[in-house]
Design a protein around this ligand. Structure first.
Ligand code: AMP
Ligand code: FE
Ligand code: FE
Ligand code: ZN
Length: 288
């Protein structure tokens, strides 16, 4: 059972990297990838836990990026498997992103604090040291203060993109990210493609040019099997993968109990697709 997308408390997951590995093992996972947002901080702990739990571990990153489709600027998450964590271009972009996320979270707290009893200290209490900050930490602070009942409730209301409290953050351009992942010896897979695609649209409206531009830049795969990928788009994505010989993965995007509904191994990746990732990657050794 191969699950190639999961978060620890080095970003917005609830579990430490070793707890995450133990839970994966208990759920029957035999190969797990740790893919925290914009950081490699959890890799070392996850690898030692995988050694004692006797499961395979693929170090990865979920890179926050931004792309333009026509006039719209959209957020695109790109999974990077086995890149060299010390590659200057890639690690430079990641640290720039993390720094910007701190300023952005502080700006959101400043807006929220005008109307709700919440401070930056409340958010800090929800974070493990050095973790990548995102709206989930703000959500956790709002839950702790009983301003909202759950993370999801926070995302549906005051943390929503259309809320007056929302502030956007810096992300590297998607093409640039794909190029950097390749330079760093990693394999790039677009996480949960089309997650924000307007509901009710048909596959005739899907952004073919956008995908072909990213494939031309070196995008290696698509995470088709993920609970947030719209059902109507899955066949279209599989055809695209076939046409361009892309890797197809499926994964959970687990964030910990109660953080999100996603359960470990609820979607999985076929062994032949994992093999393609392992054959192609050259930036870091997997623990097998
Ligand atoms: P940010 O990158 O700070 O804008 O926050 C986006 C992150 O919030 C994503 O990586 C998700 O893991 C998480 N997220 C998005 N929607 C929800 C939701 N409805 N419930 C819980 N977490 C969410
Ligand atoms: Fe997340
Ligand atoms: Fe994501
Ligand atoms: Zn994720």
């Amino acid at each position: 059972m191969i699950d190639l997308h999961a978060h620890s408390n080095r970003s917005d997951g609830k579990d430490s990297p070793s707890q995450l590995v133990r839970k994966a093992r208990a759920a029957g996972v035999t190969t797990l990838a740790i893919t925290d947002h914009d950081t490699t901080d959890g890799w070392e702990e996850a690898i030692s836990a995988a050694q004692s739990e006797r499961i395979s571990l693929i170090p990865g990153i979920e890179v926050s990026t931004r792309a333009k489709i026509g006039m719209r600027s959209i957020s695109v998450h790109v999974l990077a498997y086995l890149p060299d964590p010390n590659h200057p271009g890639l690690s430079g972009e990641l640290s720039k992103t993390r720094d910007s996320r701190i300023l952005r979270a502080k700006a959101m707290v400043a807006r929220l604090s005008a109307d709700y009893p919440i401070s930056w200290e409340d958010v800090e209490q929800q974070l493990s040291p050095g973790a990548t900050v995102g709206r989930p930490a703000l959500a956790d602070a709002l839950v702790a203060k009983r301003i909202v009942s759950t993370r999801s409730a926070a995302f549906e209301s005051i943390l929503n993109k259309s809320s007056p409290y929302y502030v956007s953050d810096y992300s590297v351009d998607t093409v640039k990210a794909i190029e950097l992942i390749r330079e760093a010896g990693g394999v790039s897979v677009m996480a949960h493609p089309l997650i924000d695609f307007p509901a009710g649209k048909s596959d005739l409206d899907l952004p073919t040019k956008h995908f072909e531009q990213l494939i031309a830049a070196g995008l290696d795969g698509l995470e088709v099997n993920h609970r947030s990928v719209p059902e109507f788009a899955k066949a279209w994505l599989r055809d695209l993968a076939l046409k361009h010989n892309l890797i197809v993965t499926g994964s959970s995007d687990y964030h910990g109990d109660g953080a999100k509904d996603n359960l470990l191994a609820e979607n999985t990746t076929e062994p032949d697709q994992l093999k393609r990732i392992l054959d192609q990657a050259s930036g870091f050794e997997p623990f097998l």
